[in-house]
Ligand binder design. Structure first.
Ligand code: ADP
Ligand code: MG
Length: 599
């Protein structure tokens, strides 16, 4: 094929592919424009997840007739002088309006303060119509209908009304956090309304409370740190306030919401010592620095940035978070010497039958017996392997020198410490079990089996639990109420911002409904609206199991401890909890000897 120049129309549609990925990107671009125009109030209305309609009204500067005519052209902007490294506005590429006009039906009415009346311009599938006078107060109203009608291929990639509507909410929340002085109002037939009044003097902290709720405020640490002209300010959740995904991480660079890998990585690193790998901190952090130190022209969506000194930025974030965590009284978990930690190894799943056959030679244990604190149990030959198949509730068995349980992979329970860890004695070492992690795994396996078989048995709560949640979370949960009921969790709406929990899966025992619902809502936010829960059974079961388990902090009776160990031995994959953490660690006598310098 000969080389031909693309038509303007084609160029616009190609550019639009990058700038306008989904309805939320249209909202982002238009709200950014309103903010750049100095608006004090921005109103957003959507329908059909933003595909049918997006209407954004602002009280900003407005445009006169001449500007309005140029605004919809490609590469037309009022924001860029000639320094790409001194960008102080959210927009600068001059391609949003042209891109939107190329793929949708766009109409903009605007009135500049100096004009006697307003003007309107309409663009449909890239075709611009002549300007007409319009009746409008000072400011701008942008209406986008039938998004992607001109590019049907893109339309096929949309996720469904609910998912697109909630992506829009997310975008608005992010921009609203960065601009607490502006009043934001988001409404429409496809959503529950969100109204965020200007916070006046309350600033960022007050806006965070509006958007993230009091719950976050109660569980957050104040972050304020600076290094070499870079400042970090905001709030970060306590290490115990974690979520199932990173959706609640709000990061801003000079007032621009970003999803930058470097920043997300630094956030993770700040919590690395105090949070499981697959849990995510909640945070809203602003980074402020000289615009020359950061390049925002990395991607058309402007969500990535490049820092001139990435090490400085990362160091500042990691350092500030670690210090805040330290000051909030949460000690990092690894306080022991490196040798100790190295000697403790994550447990490997035990074989489930004829366990004793795979144990190391008895002689090895005997040779180590001198160092064991309970030497008698090593002093006699082991007998009675048969008996070990049932957990023994006989208290005398614990003291029996010929304790058959010792030959089991996870040994004989000897003690519970800190109401959290079960310590067991094995033939050639000790095992420390994290009772919560272990129990969670067992509940998960049982739940999965029960669900796959016949649906889960429920228990009725005498008094329903009323759980307050953000309205989008309520909507996500209620949309799946029927499916959740099949899994044993019966909920119903309780006004726009709350859910009533009536029944819970019996297997879970007593449940912290609020935490369970928050995590389920997080899960659902990540999934497509059409995904059946049955397809995600493992995941749902894991989330539920996590909340139904024996929490750390419960005293266990000796026979309960042994029952836990025996069930772990019989359950595949019980060496790890559902989050990938080990459920137990094992310390061999030889390791203990090394610790004491005997080897
Ligand atoms: P950019 O924001 O990158 O400049 P856009 O295509 O989004 O590019 O907008 C083009 C121009 O239209 C802007 O530079 C601005 O001058 C004008 N404009 C767009 N939206 C508004 C608005 N809501 N109020 C006032 N002016 C606007
Ligand atoms: Mg713009």
């Amino acid at each position: 094929m000969p080389i031909r120049r693309l038509t303007d129309d084609m160029i616009n549609r190609i550019a639009a592919g990058e700038v306008v990925e989904r309805p939320a990107s249209v909202v982002k671009e238009l709200v950014e424009n309103a903010i750049d125009a100095g608006a004090k109030r921005i109103e957003i209305v959507t329908a059909g997840g933003g595909i049918a309609l997006i209407r954004i009204t602002d009280d900003g500067s407005g445009m006169d007739a001449a500007d309005l005519a140029v605004a919809v052209e490609r590469h037309a902007t009022s924001k860029l002088a000639d320094d790409l490294l001194d960008i102080r506005t959210l927009g600068f590429r001059g391609e949003a309006l042209a891109s939107i006009g190329a793929v949708a039906r766009l109409s903009i009415s605007s009135r500049h303060a100096g004009e006697p009346h307003g003007w309107e311009v309409a663009v449909s599938g890239g075709i611009v119509e002549p300007l007409r006078p319009a009746a409008i107060a000072k400011g701008t109203r942008v209406e986008v209908r039938d998004l992607f009608f001109a590019t049907p291929a893109r339309l096929k990639f949309m996720k469904g009304e609910r998912a697109e509507a909630s992506a829009i909410t997310d975008v608005v929340k992010r921009l609203a956090m960065a601009h607490p002085e502006i009043r934001f109002n988001l409404s429409g037939s496809d959503r529950t309304a969100l109204d965020l009044p200007s916070t006046g003097d309350g600033g960022f902290a007050e806006r965070l409370a509006q958007v993230l709720g009091r719950d976050f405020a109660d569980n957050a640490m104040i972050i304020d740190a600076a290094r070499e002209g870079v400042r970090l300010a905001g709030q970060a959740g306590l290490p115990t306030f974690h979520r199932a995904n990173g959706l609640q991480q709000y990061l801003f660079v000079n007032g621009r919401p970003v999803r930058d890998k470097l920043l997300i990585g630094a956030l993770r690193a700040g919590y690395a010592d105090v949070m499981a790998r697959d849990r995510h901190p909640v945070a809203a952090l602003q980074l402020m620095l000289d615009p020359h130190e950061v390049d925002v022209n990395v991607h058309p969506a402007k969500a990535d940035v490049r820092f001139r000194d990435p090490g400085l930025v990362r160091g500042l974030i990691v350092g500030a978070l670690r210090q805040a965590i330290h000051q909030s009284g949460h000690r990092a978990t690894s306080t022991g010497g490196g040798a100790t930690i190295a000697a403790f190894r994550p447990g490997t799943p035990p074989p489930f039958s004829s366990a004793h056959a795979s144990r190391p030679a008895y002689a090895a244990a005997r040779s180590a017996a001198a160092y064991a604190w309970e030497a008698p149990s090593f002093a006699e030959p082991q007998t009675g392997f048969e008996a070990v198949n049932q957990p023994s509730a006989d208290a005398r068995a614990h003291d029996s020198p010929a304790d058959a349980r010792i030959a089991r992979p996870l040994g004989a329970a000897r003690a519970q410490v800190h109401s959290t860890y079960v310590i067991a004695q094995t033939e050639d070492g000790i095992v420390i079990v994290d009772q919560h992690a272990a129990h969670e795994r067992l509940v998960y396996e049982r739940l999965k089996q029960a669900l796959a078989r016949s649906g889960a048995a429920r228990q009725i709560l005498l008094i329903p639990d009323i759980v307050d949640l953000p309205s989008e979370d309520v909507a996500r949960l209620i949309a799946r109420a029927e499916e959740l009921a099949e899994l044993g969790l019966v909920i119903e709406g309780f006004g726009p911002g709350a859910v009533a929990v009536r029944e819970t899966p019996a297997l879970l025992g007593s449940v912290d409904s609020a935490a369970l619902l928050a995590d389920l809502a997080d899960d659902f936010a990540e999934w497509d609206g059409s995904t059946r829960l049955a397809e995600k059974l493992d995941h749902v079961a894991a989330t539920m199991a996590c909340h139904g388990s024996v929490r750390a902090g419960r005293q266990l009776r000796p026979e309960e401890m042994d029952a836990l160990l025996r069930e772990m031995e019989a359950t595949p994959g019980s060496g790890q909890c559902n989050h990938g953490r080990p459920t137990y660690v094992e310390l061999k006598l030889s390791d203990i000897e090394r610790l004491f310098g005997r080897r």
